[in-house]
Write a protein that binds this ligand. Structure first.
Ligand code: SF4
Length: 118
C-alpha cells in the first residue's frame, strides 16, 4: 500500500509540471501581451518572497513539483532570465511565475526554466 501511494505521488509529481507547462504555453500563445498585466497584479501584494502562508496545500504541492529553489545553481538559468517570470511590482522585490502561485525571487530557478528569447 505504501509503495503504491509513493508511486502514485511520484507519478503525480512528474506529470504535474509537464501538464501545467503545456497549459501555460497554450494559454500564452493565445493571449499575446497579457503577461505584463498579470505581473503587476500578482506582485503588488508580495513583500516576503519566502512567505507561502497564503497558498493552499495543493498550491504548495504544485510549487514543489517544479523544484523551485530561491537561489539558482546557475545564475544564467535564474528566474530573471526566464520567459515565464513575472517581474516584481514597484513595491516588492518578489516576482512570480506563470506556472505556479506564490512569490518568486528573480535569483531563483526551477526545472521548467525557459530562456528568454533575445
Ligand atoms: S525558472 Fe521556473 S520558477 Fe523561475 S520563472 Fe522560470 S519557470 Fe518560473
Amino acid at each position: 500500500m505504501t509503495n503504491h501511494m509513493n508511486r502514485r505521488a511520484f507519478i503525480f509529481r512528474l506529470s504535474l509540471p509537464v501538464s501545467m507547462a503545456s497549459s501555460m504555453i497554450i494559454s500564452l500563445s493565445g493571449c499575446g501581451g497579457e503577461v505584463k498585466d498579470m505581473s503587476e497584479k500578482k506582485s503588488e501584494t508580495t513583500t516576503d518572497c519566502e512567505d507561502l502562508s497564503g497558498l493552499s496545500e495543493s498550491e504548495r504541492m504544485a510549487r514543489d513539483s517544479f523544484g523551485y529553489e530561491a537561489q539558482a545553481a546557475l545564475p544564467e538559468r535564474s528566474c530573471m532570465h526566464c520567459k515565464l517570470f513575472i517581474p516584481p511590482g514597484k513595491a516588492s522585490t518578489c516576482g512570480g511565475c506563470l506556472l505556479f502561485k506564490g512569490a518568486v525571487k528573480p535569483e531563483g530557478s526551477c526545472i521548467q526554466f525557459a530562456p528568454k528569447e533575445s
